[in-house]
Design a binder for this molecule. Structure first.
Ligand code: C2E
Ligand code: MG
Ligand code: MG
Ligand code: MG
Length: 284
């Protein structure tokens, strides 16, 4: 106990930790204000079918429009929002915003929304999704939810019940960042889902690292055996695209096609004639 107290005391007076605690508190307060004022933007990154070159949908990616610091990436505030529980109202806002935006797109296009593990466990996700679909008028079949393995860890039965309820309503479920979490293979057997997203970590080294290539090959054949589709993220080069095509990956997403777009840029992107040529020569 004395040891623990000592540790706590020194932690309390550690200037570096104290500063980062202050930074977190400030971030938390600013996030609260930003939530009240809805100072966020959802951007949309296209997902493209490898065989046809057609856009199949967009992933919704949130940004914080900070008054002084400009656009802040989710990696810099989602962890804090998860710690404080602010992810729940934020995630609700992103879901509703994304569903509304997607109703303006051609009717064959889906929107994929990231759902934090904290949100997946802490609120009635099914009610939330039903509400967002009802209020926007978006058909359930056009909504995909991206969850990570961490959403499935603690409460196996509850998580499976939630996934089944979502899929019964026609909403798709994708397992995000596949291959970077724990117990991936056990989860695949136990949980209902539709898609595996191959993490950028593997895609990045696909053309240069035989081990990365072996992992991607294994993920795609595993997915096929389990009747799941695959989307590779962070595709940046034509070489990566060709390898993914050869391996039988279904969809790709990455800077090769487009960076995340402002909602207003989506129609122009969809109007581009030859996405196949973009896929071979790059968007830049
Ligand atoms: P994620 O869901 O795995 O999203 C993919 C990330 O890779 C995005 O980063 C995207 O901009 C980035 N990316 C896409 N193509 C490329 C590429 O070719 N090269 C590289 N280097 N990066 C690429 P972003 O937007 O910064 O989001 C980071 C993470 O934050 C997301 O990873 C997701 O886990 C989380 N996130 C984003 N939006 C939301 C949200 O609305 N709710 C929740 N809960 N999490 C979100
Ligand atoms: Mg995602
Ligand atoms: Mg991902
Ligand atoms: Mg990722």
């Amino acid at each position: 106990a004395a040891k623990a107290a000592g540790r706590n005391t020194s932690r309390f007076f550690d200037p570096v930790l104290e500063e980062s605690a202050n930074t977190r508190v400030r971030l938390q307060q600013e996030l609260g204000v930003a939530l009240a004022k809805e100072q966020f933007e959802v951007m949309y990154q296209p997902q493209v079918n490898v065989r046809t070159g057609q856009v199949s949908g967009f992933e919704a990616l949130v940004r914080w429009q900070h008054a002084e610091r400009g656009l802040i990436s989710p990696g810099d505030f989602i962890p804090v929002a998860e710690e404080t529980g602010q992810i729940v109202p934020l995630g609700t806002w992103v879901l509703r915003q994304s569903c509304m935006e997607a109703t303006r797109w051609p009717a064959h296009l889906k929107v994929a929304v990231n759902l934090s593990a904290v949100q997946f466990r802490s609120t009635s996700v099914v009610d939330l999704v039903e509400q967002a679909l009802a209020d926007s008028g978006l058909p359930a079949s056009r909504l995909e939810l991206e969850i990570t393995e961490s959403a499935l860890i603690d409460d196996h039965d509850g998580a499976q019940a939630t996934l089944m309820a979502l899929r019964e309503r026609g909403v798709r479920v994708a397992l995000d960042d596949f291959g970077t979490g724990y117990s991936s293979l056990a989860y695949l057997r136990r949980f209902s889902m539709d898609k595996l997203k191959i993490d950028g970590m593997f895609v990045r080294h696909l053309a240069t690292d035989m081990d990365a290539q072996a992992v991607v090959t294994a993920i795609i054949s595993l997915a096929k055996a389990l009747r799941l589709t695959t989307t590779a993220e962070c595709v940046e080069t034509a070489e990566q695209l060709e390898l993914l095509r050869a391996l039988g990956c279904d969809d790709i997403q990455g800077y090769l096609m487009a960076r995340p777009l402002h909602a207003g840029q989506v129609p122009e992107f969809l109007g581009r004639e030859n996405l196949m040529s973009v896929m071979h020569h790059g968007a830049r």
